[in-house]
Ligand binder design. Structure first.
Ligand code: HGY
Ligand code: MN
Ligand code: MN
Length: 414
């Protein structure tokens, strides 16, 4: 019997039950959009895991789910967890690996007979990916007071359904959404385990790493408005074609990012009227851009905007640019980061547990302005994420559970 067998069994049992929920048979990817039926199924799974372990289950004012061991009113709680929602056709691990590993780590600690000196909680933060309403980390931003209530209530999806309406249809009460300082004040440390969205651990040969920082990143919507017309009878010189300006802007984004050592992606587009034989009236494109520091990100986005406006002018196209989501750089608290490194180094034969930055946003990044937060990464052999091909090997997932259990045990003892 290896020391990992308990954690492995617990992990696999949960993974087996969660994996089919919200998975698209055609693509093999997940479509667990906030407050959708698939999200509601995942939320029911979370509640069953909590109550099946005798944890006190609750939903906070923003729809985030909590499973408590010990008195939620006591201070200095150690909290772990992540999110269950996905990007369109996302992978199985981004989010769920952190939630499943949290429950499995608790099972491991109970198996060790650990006495918890502090309250422990597992959380599922709602709408981390922003796939439906366009804004990342809605659940944690609302709780941290980083998203205004009126702005949140105005969020709508592609069908015009508002966030409150979606919450109500999913059986959640949206009337009290907003900052939750009392709840966050009870948290002494939040630790999020997440699949690495890169290959640093694969290249270093480590199963688990610690996060140092999250790059600043944001989302901007570019609305190119031209003149609808017939694709077959309108001379080229007579066109005000927004698709041309959009296409040139996509290439400019790649050029600006390359020059600055940053990243920029136009991954989502909507076209009106979207007919094969019609010159569009409107092309709406969403830019996601990220860089290691704010100055670089500003340079890249400013360069893209400048190019886009020049292209729009050239084609007689109007352009509006709206920043829809933004997260400043996050430096995880050094004291907590270093304490976790000590715990992991003490528990493993590795001389040094790798500490790595990431360009991916997380609820832990949002919460870092309110409570001491840290992240653990689990090796992703291909680095691929936000894709059905996202993967983490079985023994790496279990190593992540053991590492999280070691960290939680250490933090609840201090
Ligand atoms: O977009 C991100 O970085 C995260 O996956 N929400
Ligand atoms: Mn993601
Ligand atoms: Mn994630």
């Amino acid at each position: 019997m290896s020391r990992y067998d308990g954690a492995s069994a617990s992990f696999h049992e949960m993974w087996r039950d969660l994996e089919p929920l919200g998975r698209n048979a055609g693509s093999g990817g997940y479509r667990r959009y906030a407050w959708s039926e698939a999200d509601v199924e995942c939320r029911a799974w979370f509640r069953a895991q909590a109550e099946g372990r005798g944890l006190a289950y609750e939903v906070d004012r923003n729809g985030n789910q909590w499973a408590w061991l010990g008195d939620p009113e006591a201070q200095d709680a150690v909290v772990t967890g992540s999110h269950l929602d996905s990007v369109p056709d996302g992978g199985a691990f981004d989010g769920p690996l952190g939630v499943v590993s949290s429950f499995a780590a608790l099972d491991e600690l109970r198996g060790r007979g650990v006495e918890f000196g502090k309250p422990l909680a597992i959380v599922n933060f709602g709408d981390e990916e922003g796939a439906r309403f366009g804004l990342a980390c809605v659940g944690s931003r609302l709780s941290a007071g980083q998203l205004g209530v009126e702005q949140a209530r105005r969020l709508t999806d592609a069908d015009g359904i508002s966030l409150p309406q979606a919450m109500e249809r999913a059986g959640y009460d949206p009337t009290a959404i907003g900052p939750d300082p009392e709840r966050l004040a009870r948290i002494g440390a939040f630790v999020e385990l997440h699949v690495e969205q890169g290959r640093a651990l694969d290249l270093s040969g480590d199963q688990v790493g610690i996060a140092s920082a999250i790059w600043p990143h944001g989302r901007w919507r570019f609305d190119f408005r031209g003149e609808a017309n017939h694709a077959g009878t309108t001379r080229l010189v007579d066109r005000r074609d927004p698709m041309l300006s959009y296409a040139e802007t996509v290439l400019a984004a790649r050029r600006e990012a390359h020059l600055a050592g940053a990243v920029a992606t136009f991954g989502k587009i909507s076209v009106e009227p979207n007919g094969v034989n019609a010159i569009p009236s409107l092309v709406r494109g969403w830019l996601d851009s990220r860089a290691a520091d704010q100055a670089t990100l500003d340079t890249v986005v400013t360069g893209i905007e400048k190019a886009a406006r020049e292209y729009a002018d050239t084609h007689g196209v109007e352009l509006d640019i709206v920043r829809e989501s933004f997260t400043p750089v996050v430096e995880f608290e050094h004291a907590l980061r270093d304490e976790i490194a000590r715990i992991l180094q003490g528990a493993s034969d590795r001389l040094e547990v790798p500490v790595l930055g990431t360009g991916a946003g997380h609820d832990a990044g949002i919460l870092s302005g309110s409570v001491p937060t840290a992240m653990l990464f689990v090796r992703n052999p291909t680095g691929v994420s936000h894709s059905p091909a996202e993967y983490a090997a079985e023994d790496d997932c279990v190593a992540g559970v053991i590492a999280l259990a070691d960290v939680l045990e250490g933090l609840t003892r201090r």
